[in-house]
Write a protein that binds this ligand. Structure first.
Ligand SMILES: [Zn+2]
Ligand SMILES: [Zn+2]
Length: 640
């Protein structure tokens, strides 16, 4: 009796016990050659696995996410094999695949240096060329421990011992690739020739099991792709990301800084950065007023008792700073603005007639982040949220959601983000409020998104305990994802504070409360914008929109007059009066990413026209100053 194997709609009867690779060869030689692994009933398996029963096989090639994962994980083993050959005393720990590559952590006294990486890569290339098979074996726990002990791999012994502690384990799987054997669940490529394109990227220190009390290990990061071309594109993207790094551009363009003596994670906005932020805030306020929002301004600290009522001292305490003593009373820096807006709401009874209330505030909050995770503007300890709270009746909810989602999309598009993905997070295991309330709220959010024809993905159980939410993730110029707008329901705080309104029936009802931040943190969003634009902000946001470059001293007066004329009409203009060659001045203005460079020499003074260069387009030729102003005005209005 044979077993029935299905592949891509085809079916064949084969001998039980046949290896997957042989089954594939019988059914589709081309696919068998391209296969890296397979998926059967959701489980990802090696090609060496044998088939005992009917199965529906899905082939994983290097073009599939799972196939790429196997490829990368296998490359990490090849790297470990190479390291063991070149540095015999080194002990291996773990080496998983990660989002865009893989790493392996080694116990080695001295850190790896760049020359080491080159040598390791060479050795890896040799192993790949030799087409070494990956061989899987399953050993009883005791035997495996004995084997790794004999090899002197104490981390592997520790991992197996921990596995046993966690539950009954009889056997573990080992993979051998040439002279290197690793404890590993797999799956792996059948042999190293499947690895086509790889590169080692970086070294870093990493504690064993991520715990600072443990030994510091040496981590090597690398990546692998299905083709040399894909690898090349990836490496170019990495270079481009480095060039666009907001921390680097922040310095080069004089936008912001951090100070050791001021404390880590606290941002200092320099005049140019602050100017961009001022323009953004100004735009933000006008757009909010257009949509029926009102503004609040609230303190930065509040008595602990407020945070007790709100519940933050319970579930959010580790993100809050220690109390400040004022006249024997405890005050805490605010990590959120919500309780403050609730206090304003509760200053009097509210009727259904005055709802919805949409209260916005550029509220600066302080949250504790471990120093190790701080990262430029993206992870900081003090930041300003473009926050708002919507208080409404259940009936108004859907309408408010549609408005808010569209507003959110408008606000990020206005800042140059055309591509985004929407996520809806639903009820987790532990939650506040009733299941009915959650169902209704989730249904409303879904309906709002559906009615607007917005595609979204559902993150089942991914919400925080106090309510479902919509997250919009932005995709930047390099295709990377960034946290964008959040629209968050809250069943918790309105209850804790007793946020109610008087309904048409004269009775008191629970208010629906929604928190929303469109740019999120101004700091993080700004960092994201710097990288998205690569520092070349559109004209309306550029701190200096045009720079005037006189060729010689005799052109200075005319340059100054032209500058004043533009300034009077609200253009942000600078004059470079330094006695430098004009070519040098142009190059510097390019580095500063100033949109327009206006060169003035004898010819320009005579004709009364300016010689205009645009940052991207280059030389635009001679232009009358009024014509230039019209062009600039148009671009500013279009926000391009
Ligand atoms: Zn492994
Ligand atoms: Zn809030």
């Amino acid at each position: 009796m044979g077993i029935h194997i299905k592949l891509d709609g085809r079916e064949k009867e084969l001998e039980p016990g046949i290896k997957i690779i042989d089954a594939l060869k019988e059914m589709d030689r081309k696919l068998a050659k391209a296969a890296i692994g397979v998926k059967i009933d959701g489980a990802v398996l090696d090609l060496s696995h044998s088939l005992q029963a009917d199965a529906n096989i899905e082939v994983l090639t290097g073009d599939t996410p799972e196939g790429l994962d196997i490829l990368r994980h296998s490359t990490s083993h090849v790297m470990a094999a190479a390291v063991k050959r070149l540095f015999p005393g080194v002990q291996v720990t773990i080496g998983p695949s990660i989002e865009s590559g893989f790493y392996y952590d080694f116990d080695k006294d001295e850190p790896f240096v760049p020359e080491d990486l080159a040598r390791i890569e060479k050795e890896m290339a040799r192993i790949v060329k030799d087409n070494v098979p990956f061989v899987r074996e399953e050993l009883p726990v005791k035997e495996a421990i004995g084997k790794f002990k004999a090899m002197g791999e104490k981390y592997k012994v520790e991992i197996i011992e921990d596995l046993v502690k966690d539950g009954p384990v009889e056997k573990v799987s080992l993979y051998t690739c040439g002279d290197f054997t690793d404890l590993c669940r797999g799956p792996h490529v059948p042999s190293t020739a499947k690895i086509r394109a790889f590169k080692l990227l970086d070294v870093a220190g990493a504690y064993w099991r991520g715990d600072e009390k443990n030994r510091m290990l040496q981590r090597i990061y690398g990546t692998a792709f299905n083709s040399e071309e894909e690898l090349k594109t990836h490496l170019e993207n990495l270079e481009e990301a480095k060039r666009r790094d907001h921390r680097r551009l922040g310095k080069e363009l004089d936008l912001f800084s951090f100070h050791e003596e001021g404390g880590p994670g606290l941002v200092y906005w320099h005049p140019k950065g602050a100017l961009i932020r001022y323009i953004m805030e100004d735009f933000w306020r006008r757009e909010h007023l257009k949509r029926g929002y009102q503004f609040c301004i609230t303190p930065h600290i509040a008595r602990s008792v407020l945070w007790e009522i709100s519940g933050h001292l319970g579930f959010y305490k580790e993100n809050m700073y220690s109390p400040i003593d004022i006249d024997g009373q405890e005050y805490i820096l605010k990590p959120m603005n919500c309780p403050f807006h609730i206090l304003i709401y509760k200053t009097r009874k509210r009727s259904y007639r005055e709802l919805p209330l949409r209260w916005a505030e550029l509220g600066t909050v302080y949250r504790y982040e471990r120093s190790g995770v701080l990262h430029g503007l993206l992870r900081v300890r003090g930041f300003t949220q473009d926050d708002a709270h919507i208080f409404c009746t259940p009936d108004q909810l859907k309408g408010e959601m549609i408005k808010t989602v569209n507003f959110a999309i408008y606000m990020v598009k206005s800042m140059g983000f055309e591509n985004m993905d929407i996520f809806l997070s639903t009820r987790p295991e532990k939650f506040s409020g009733t299941p009915e309330e959650w169902d209704r709220a989730e249904e409303t959010l879904k309906t709002a998104l559906d009615e607007e024809g917005l595609p979204y993905q559902v993150d089942e159980g991914g919400a925080v305990f106090y309510g479902p939410k919509i997250d919009i993730k932005l995709r930047d110029a390099l295709g990377r994802h960034w946290q964008g707008p959040t629209i968050q329901f809250d069943f918790n705080e309105p209850r804790r504070f007793g946020v109610t309104y008087i309904g048409a029936d004269g009775g008191e009802h629970q208010c629906v409360m929604v928190h929303r931040a469109l740019w999120g943190s101004l700091e993080r969003f700004f960092g994201c914008m710097v990288e998205h634009y690569g520092g070349a902000f559109p004209l309306w946001l550029s701190p200096v929109q045009a720079i005037i470059l006189p060729i010689a001293d005799r052109h200075s007066e005319f340059a100054q007059k032209t500058a004043e004329m533009l300034q009077e009409r609200d253009f942000r203009v600078e004059v470079d009066l330094r006695r430098e060659k004009v070519g040098f001045k142009i190059r510097e203005a390019q580095v500063q990413k100033i949109p327009y460079m206006l060169v003035i020499g004898d010819q320009e003074m005579e004709s009364g026209k300016l010689s205009v260069r645009e940052r991207k387009a280059g030389d635009l030729g001679a232009m009358d100053v009024y014509r230039l102003m019209d062009v600039m005005k148009e671009r500013i209005a279009d926000r391009t």
